[in-house]
Design a protein around this ligand. Structure first.
Ligand code: PXG
Length: 468
């Protein structure tokens, strides 16, 4: 790297002195989320400096293909000037006003209406938050309120899934089914229950995917009957479980869940924080899986990750009750309907439509990515390659003829992730499952590069395993 910090591949990194100073300050003053902070302080953090398209650049001026869209969110890719422009315009006109006390702003109104136009809900009503976690917390409070104002305060229990991920606030982490998260901070809170996930590769045993999907869906009915349907407010689930390892459910799963929720009058809340806005090849995961939810939760791709924004979208049944019989909603955030975030979301939705990005994923890049991803499925280290639209996973296994994990789960996945990074590719690992969620704007030649680099990382991982 030269004095200006120009790296070998032409990207601008950080000059060595500045890089060292930033790392020192980071280690001294910054606690990182989902990170062993002692280990990180010793190693030194990786500092990303800028990005364009599907690439980000790091402190050393290395250009990395981001096959994980930041954190499942930068769907339009990096460096979109229109989004920066939308934020700048709104900041100049009106940087902030609240949606309390009978007020709101133009972008909040327009965005609520646009979301209602796109969402697979009739006459949707939006409640805005700053994140997916806050949106899930809002769901917990507002669905309980929905039943309470109809004279059913006891209909308050909420069912989620083991290894589901719905965020990190107290209610969202409780509703999620991550054991490590429940182990910190005294979770889960009361009134939250979990059933097993439709993770066929890991837990399907000798059942066919279809039979297994039905079996796992019927756990919901058992749980509802155990608690008593009159006490169950809602079931909350991701169309595809993302953070857990991209669990794409068998085809039998969602129709059965839908039937069970209807039969027992339990609200179906679908967490579209990852799946929403094109990730599964349609606007919403609900559409991909034919789900008709009562409530839908969005964040991440809503602004392509450019600003923090989430929303709960209520279908007519719940929305109307909250509006007409909910009284004063004793719930809300300073930044509910933040005009700058809403302006950026509006521009994000406009770009998705104008550039036909979701259609392109559906008709062209999605099928191409699927074909190339399945090629990775033939690698000797891979037990299964699965993909739905622009989200996928590879299961790394010791013997690809058997659906069984490595004994020391997580080590091989972490190694493969690190080797991919050395090759200039950002992939995420959950245990030994490699996860894929590139920006939706990824082009065919970038998909080729992604697959080539992933294959190389798999080869290198396998070579290391062979050496023992
Ligand atoms: N629901 C789902 C389905 C998510 O994936 C949230 C809610 C919470 O959103 P916020 O905006 O509060 O983070 C998420 C977030 C990972 C990882 O390791 C995934 C998420 C967040 C952090 C890490 O894959 N998803």
């Amino acid at each position: 790297m030269d004095e200006a910090g120009r790296g070998s591949d032409g990207g601008y990194g950080l000059a060595p002195g500045r890089r060292a100073r930033l790392r020192r300050l980071d280690a001294a003053h910054h606690l990182h989320p989902f990170t062993d902070n002692r280990e990180l302080a010793a190693r030194g953090t990786r500092i990303l400096t800028h990005g364009e398209g599907v690439y980000v650049h790091d402190q050393d001026g290395r250009r990395l293909l981001d096959a994980f869209a930041g954190l499942w969110c930068v769907n339009l890719g990096y460096g979109r000037r229109e989004l920066a422009e939308a934020a700048r315009r709104q900041m100049e006109v009106l940087p902030y006003y609240n949606s309390f006390f009978g007020c709101t702003t133009e972008p909040a109104i327009e965005l609520a209406a646009e979301l209602a136009r796109h969402a697979p809900l009739e006459q949707a009503m939006a409640f805005f938050t700053s994140s997916g976690s806050e949106a899930i917390d809002s769901v917990v409070r507002l669905v309980r309120h929905f039943w309470a104002v109809q004279g059913k305060p006891e209909k308050s229990h909420i069912i989620g899934r083991r290894n589901g991920y719905h965020g990190s606030t107290v209610a969202a982490a409780s509703l999620g089914g991550m054991a490590a998260m429940h182990g910190q901070g005294g979770l889960p809170i009361p009134g939250i229950h979990h059933i097993n996930a439709p993770y066929w590769f890991g837990e399907g045993g000798s059942l066919s995917p279809e039979a297994f999907g039905l079996q796992r869906a019927r756990e919901l009915e058992e749980k509802i009957l155990e608690l008593g349907p009159q006490r169950v407010a809602a079931f909350v689930a991701e169309p595809i479980q993302g953070a857990a390892g991209v669990f794409i459910p068998p085809s039998t799963y969602w129709p059965e869940i839908q039937r069970i929720c209807r039969r027992h009058d339990v609200l179906l809340v679908v967490d579209e924080v990852i799946c929403g806005f094109g990730r599964t090849g349609q606007w919403f995961g609900c559409q991909t899986f034919g789900i008709e939810p009562d409530v839908l939760v969005v964040a991440k791709g809503l602004t392509s990750g450019y600003l923090p924004l989430g929303a709960v979208l209520f279908g007519p049944r719940v929305g109307r009750v909250l509006q007409e019989r909910g009284g004063e909603l004793a719930h809300g955030y300073t930044y509910s309907g933040h005009p700058v975030c809403c302006a950026v979301a509006l521009e994000t939705l406009r770009i998705l439509e104008r550039e036909r990005i979701i259609e392109r994923c559906q008709e062209d890049t999605g099928p191409y990515l699927a074909r190339r991803w399945h090629e990775l499925g033939t690698h000797p280290l891979v037990g299964e390659a699965r993909i739905c639209g622009m989200v996928g996973a590879l299961e790394l296994v010791p013997d690809r003829r058997v659906r069984a994990f490595f004994p020391d789960r997580g080590r091989v996945g972490a190694r493969c992730r690190d080797l991919a990074l050395q090759n200039g590719l950002i992939l995420r690992a959950t245990w030994d499952t490699m996860l894929l969620a590139p920006p939706l704007i990824i082009r065919r030649e970038e998909i080729d590069e992604l697959v080539e680099k992933a294959w190389k990382a798999l080869d290198q991982t396998q070579a290391e395993l062979a050496r023992g």
